[in-house]
Structure formats: C-alpha cells, structure tokens
Ligand binder design. Structure first.
Ligand SMILES: Nc1nc2c(ncn2[C@@H]2O[C@H](COP(=O)(O)OP(=O)(O)OP(=O)(O)O)[C@@H](O)[C@H]2O)c(=O)[nH]1
Ligand SMILES: [Mg+2]
Length: 302
C-alpha cells in the first residue's frame, strides 16, 4: 500500500525528477565536486524552479560536506536533507474538527478547483466521512454539470442552485441543510480573474454570508494554484489573501511540468502551508503534502 502510493507520487512528479535526477547523474560523471560541478548543480536546481535561496543553501551544504567519491545517491541525500528542513514547516493537514466542516475552495480560472474538490471528496469518503459538494459556480451550466459528475463518482451529496443563481445564497442554504447530516461540505467557486473586482466582491459576499451562520465558517479556505504557472501564482495569491484567510494551498498539475520545485518559493513567499498536491487528472492523483515523500519523489530516491 505504502509502496504503491509512493510509486504513484513518483510517477506524477516524473517530469521533474527525470530532469533533476538525470542532471545530477550527468554532472557527477567527473566524479568530483569542484567549482564547475557546483555551478552546474546550482543551475540545475534553479531550473527546477525551487528558487535561488534554497538552491544556494543546498550548494553551501554540498561544499561543506567535502564528499569524497560523490555518487548521485550521496549528493541527493544532502539535497534532500536541506530541502526537507524548509519543506517540513510547509506541511499542513486540513482540520476536520467540527461536526460540519465547511471547506471553501478558491482560485483563478482553470487551476483545477473543481477536479480537486472531486479528488478531496473521494479521499474523505474513503475515510468514512459523509461528504457534500456545492456547485458555487452558478454562472456556467457546464461547471455545475462537471461538479455533478465528480459528486456521482465520489458518491457525495450535491447542492446546486435552483431558482436562485446567487452563489452566496446557495452556499448559505447548502450549509443549513448539511448541518446534522454531513461531516464535510466542499464549496466550489467560479474561477475568477484576480483583477476583476466584481467577482472578487462576490467571493467576499459568499464568505460574509457564511460567517452569518457561524463566525467559524468556512472552517477551511483553500487556495488552488496551478504549478505550471510558476512564481506568477504568487501575484494571484496575494489578491486572494486580501479578501480571505487562506488556510492552505493546493498546488495542482505538478505532473505537467519539469519545474515541480516551484511550490517551495510559492509557499515560502506567501507564508501559507500546503495541504495537498495534484499530480494528474484522475481521482487518485491528489497527494497529501508530506515533505519526506515529496523530496523522495522529486529526487527519485529509492
Ligand atoms: N494534469 C493535471 N490536470 C489537472 C490537475 N488538476 C486539474 N487538472 C485538469 O485541469 C483542467 C481544469 O480543471 P478544473 O477543475 O475544471 O479547473 P477549475 O479551477 O475548476 O476551472 P474553472 O471552473 O474554469 O475556474 C481539467 O482538465 C482538469 O482535469 C492535475 O493535478 N494534473
Ligand atoms: Mg471549476
């Protein structure tokens, strides 16, 4: 079980790990660590988008280590140790401490909010929870249908707007009817451009209305970011941070790029931890963010 789960994460991150692992092997052909190899290693780390700060810390550590006979395994072990020191503080579990846990999922268009909700629901269901989904993207009929399909897959309750097309009203009604019935309610929201004021105002309204039921709702707000966008995500996130208290990030589509290191500078700059990462389109392709597993997969360590 544990092995297959790690293999799945490794497969999901294989574009990044092929690049890093293949690069390390090539650089270490000279079997020594000198200024030139250190320079190449630093370039390689930076090219995975993990950021200059952490890359230079790793290089300092490699210099200090004065490795005799530097094999890729030994070098990867040093990189992992240094990476983990940073990543461990970015781990975060979604809290499920309430009788009804309302999870609001936000982010710009197309980052993977709806798919991530489907994947989360499948995980919670496997843990024996009663789950509901709210189609808070009330403008697009296709969006409602897309979430409905995920809810059928994950055998979850489904809430969508009838006569009212106001997402805040739908969110309110859904929470009221899920009380005493469900453990978790996942609220999907319309993808919004972070520079469109009216849509951002609508999101504020959803939050305001939820807080009227109980100040502690939503119990978790998750910002979904597309790992392919790289550090531009930071700009998006800053706008969302102004209107919601973001509890954790979910970084998706890490399977699609060789720059899987990008979550490090994103989470560090934003000072928001990471709960899950998305590594594919299937319902299984969502992994709890664990620094040890992530480093093992990113560096392709046995
Ligand atoms: N490869 C890959 N694709 C993903 C991942 N997560 C989501 N996708 C795909 O990305 C596309 C957009 O996902 P959605 O879930 O519709 O994104 P959204 O944020 O809800 O989009 P809007 O509702 O338009 O704002 C879909 O084709 C998903 O299958 C991932 O981790 N990896
Ligand atoms: Mg959507």
């Amino acid at each position: 079980m544990v092995l297959s789960w790690l293999k799945q994460l490794k497969d999901g991150l294989s574009k990044s790990s092929d690049k890093i692992s293949g690069g390390i092997k090539k650089i270490l052909k000279s079997k020594k660590i000198d200024e030139a190899t250190l320079f190449e290693l630093e370039e390689l780390l930076i090219s995975s988008d993990m950021g200059i700060d952490i890359s230079s810390k790793i290089i300092d550590e490699l210099k200090k280590s004065k490795l005799v006979d530097p094999t890729p395994e030994k070098v990867k072990a040093i990189i992992k140790k240094k990476l983990k020191e940073t990543l461990i503080s970015l781990e975060k579990d979604i809290k499920l401490t309430k009788s009804l846990n309302v999870i609001l999922v936000v982010g710009v268009n197309g980052v993977g909010k709806t798919a991530t909700i489907g994947k989360l629901a499948a995980k919670f269901l496997a843990d024996g929870k009663k789950v509901g989904m709210v189609a808070g993207d009330t403008f697009r009929a296709a969006a409602v249908e897309q979430l409905k399909i995920w809810s059928e897959r994950a055998k979850s309750e489904f809430f969508s707007a009838d006569e009212s097309s106001d997402p805040a009203a739908l969110a309110y009604k859904s929470v009221m009817s899920a009380k005493d019935k469900l453990d978790i309610l996942l609220i999907d929201t319309a993808g919004r451009l972070h520079n469109k004021k009216d849509l951002m105002d609508e999101l504020s309204k959803i939050i305001r209305v939820l807080k009227k039921i109980d100040e502690s709702i939503p119990s978790e707000t998750i910002l979904v970011l597309d790992g392919n966008i790289g550090q531009n995500s930071i700009k998006q996130a800053e706008v969302f941070k102004e209107i919601c208290d973001i509890d954790s990030l979910i970084i998706t589509k890490l399977d699609g790029s060789a720059k899987g290191g990008v979550l490090i500078p994103i989470a560090e700059k934003l000072k928001i931890p990471i709960s899950f990462i998305g590594t594919g389109e299937k319902k299984e392709d969502l992994a709890r963010f664990n620094s040890d597993d992530f480093c093992t997969a990113l560096l392709d360590i046995d």
